[in-house]
Design a protein around this ligand. Structure first.
Ligand code: 3PG
Length: 222
């Protein structure tokens, strides 16, 4: 049964499928059909970004309507957005950056959270604040696989795990999955905003199934 503020997923279960669909939803009526299209493709984890005013309503509808979907809130830039995400029933949170007030609110609410980092200093800061599962964003523009390998040098022994996001697609997905410090991948390529506004549900299911096939073929290294 749906209870906002409860039933948060633990971090390991969120990352188990090794893929998080990053979605921008303009109309709340598209939320459940989109989540159904992802589930039909085999993906049970998605993040609805707070880039539209309808994000909280979309999260609420998915949480209430589709208990099989693990639903997170993304692009959480403010304390108020974290609180709204939690109230809507989000089961995890994601941010492109590392904002200590946002992280304190996530901790207070006990919601699993993936802060965003891009540099060694930011990884260091996140670790010192107690956060070990970090979104690496924008992955492609920040140096991609080569940058993640370089970051592993001084940081792998800390147990840090990354969720690279930004510029990832079915073609370069295996290169990221091959890195032991990569826990999961985030990306919008299977459900781009345009596909959602066009209600291209079967296309989204096909792209998701293709991604899940690549994931099944990639050995787990971490
Ligand atoms: C994000 O918010 O994490 C990114 O916009 C997703 O990046 P992508 O659109 O390149 O997958």
């Amino acid at each position: 049964m749906y209870h906002p503020h409860t039933n948060f997923m633990n971090t390991e279960s969120i990352l188990k499928q090794r893929l998080i669909c990053v979605a921008v939803i303009d109309k709340p009526d598209d939320a459940v059909p989109l989540a159904e299209a992802l589930l039909a493709g085999g993906l049970k984890v998605m993040e609805v970004t707070f880039r539209t005013s309808t994000a909280a309503e979309s999260i609420k509808r998915i949480r209430q309507g589709l208990p099989g979907m693990c639903i997170g809130a993304g692009t959480l830039l403010t304390v108020e957005q974290v609180q709204r995400a939690v109230d809507a029933g989000a089961q995890f949170g994601v941010s492109p950056g590392l904002n200590e007030l946002v992280l304190a609110t996530a901790s207070k609410n006990k919601i699993p959270f993936f802060p965003g980092v891009m540099t060694p200093t930011e990884v260091d800061r996140a670790l010192n604040l107690g956060w070990k599962h970090l979104k690496f964003f924008p992955a492609g523009a920040a140096g991609g696989v080569a940058m993640l390998k370089a970051l592993a040098g001084p940081f792998a022994h800390t147990g840090v795990k990354f969720v690279p996001t930004g510029g990832i697609n079915a073609a370069n997905l295996p290169d990221y999955l091959a890195l032991p410090q990569v826990a999961a991948i985030g990306g919008s390529w299977m459900a781009e905003r345009k596909l959602v506004t066009e209600k291209a549900w079967s296309k989204i299911t096909a792209l998701t199934a293709e991604a899940m096939k690549v994931i099944s073929a990639s050995p787990v290294k971490n």
